[in-house]
Design a protein around this ligand. Structure first.
Ligand code: SF4
Length: 317
């Protein structure tokens, strides 16, 4: 069996606030195999971006393990962590705010190569930048342009080129297409999939858009208020969604398929509970039409079909 490239075990990230501890990520266990994509879905504020940043150690985890190639990288510091960071990169949602407006396309792509000390010779760096630009579909004559001279799609290509410049194996894509027009979204998704095929890349693809995640992911993890509430292969999740929250998310996707008109669906109502000092029971209970007394007790993930896990009292025996 292929070993996962990236794995987390009981990963937690809490933030101290004046009102108590904010549980942003709670006991998340995930595995991503080499060359595969895990889609992470949920509403804004569910902790998916915090999870991505914590895995990359852009912020320190509160507890749990982050494994890269089987090694817990939480023990690494300084130079050792910088070496790991060459393999683990991030592409951000808003390419405009994540790119320095005073740097040209060439300098933006050359910067991580020079900072990581991968190349020192200017001619070598220039050739490398041109190769990466070509790989990411950036015309060579754009190398002297600045971010404000590019459209959203080209800017996101520059963001991706910066990540690709250090030849990573794993990329956290944090809502990389949500700020783009639909036609440009498809181009960026196709580019990501082409790069994955050519380079065997492994992605964690964070999004609130189920249509996008269906297109690109091998497996999907649904998050609600910092917790994994459902985890399944993509086809299985779309064919047999189990958790009431996942069903509500899928029901919210617009469709013109009249055969789905009579399918069970409901709209989310009720208050979202506070992630600060949350009660031990199901965090979705205030919005769930099936909530009962049992839901006041903690839920665990249960396997209901091969590789399909769900955290809900309806599935506990
Ligand atoms: Fe609804 Fe209870 Fe399941 Fe939570 S555990 S999703 S409240 S039925």
């Amino acid at each position: 069996m292929t070993a996962p490239l990236v794995e987390t075990r009981n990963l937690k990230k809490y933030f101290k606030t004046s009102r108590g501890l904010l549980h942003a990520v709670e006991d998340v266990n995930l595995q991503i195999l080499p060359g595969k994509t895990l889609g992470v879905v949920g509403e804004s504020g569910c902790g998916k971006s915090t999870l991505g940043r914590t895995i990359l150690r852009l912020q320190e985890a509160t507890d749990g393990e982050i494994l890269y190639n089987g090694e817990n990288i939480r023990k690494y510091r300084g130079k050792d962590m910088r070496k790991i960071h060459l393999n683990m990169q991030m592409v951000f949602q808003d390419p405009y705010s994540s790119l320095d407006p005073r740097m040209s396309v060439h300098d933006l792509i050359a910067e991580p190569v020079a900072v990581c000390g991968l190349m020192r010779n200017k001619v070598e760096i220039k050739e490398h930048v041109h190769e990466i630009m070509e790989m990411c579909g950036l015309p060579a004559n754009h190398s002297n342009l600045y971010p404000h001279e590019l459209d959203g799609g080209l800017r996101q290509r520059v963001g991706l080129a910066r990540a690709m410049a250090v030849s990573p194996k794993f990329i956290v894509c944090d809502e990389p297409v949500s700020a783009l027009d639909v036609s440009i979204q498809a181009q960026i998704l196709n580019l990501l999939m082409d790069l994955q095929e050519q380079r065997g890349l492994c992605y964690m693809f964070i999004t609130h858009d189920l249509c996008v995640v269906k297109h690109i992911s091998n497996e999907i993890m649904v998050m609600y208020m910092g917790q994994t509430i459902e985890y399944a292969p993509t086809a299985e999740l779309f064919a047999h969604p189990a958790h009431p929250y996942t069903k509500a998310l899928l029901a919210a996707v617009p469709t013109i398929d009249l055969s789905k008109r009579n399918q069970e669906h409901f709209t989310l109502k009720g208050e979202v509970t506070s992630p600060i000092n949350p009660a031990p029971g199901c965090r979705f209970a205030p919005r769930c039409p099936y909530a009962c007394d049992k839901c006041k007790e903690p839920c665990q993930l249960h396997e209901i079909a091969p590789g399909h896990l769900v955290s809900c009292k309806l599935f506990e025996k």
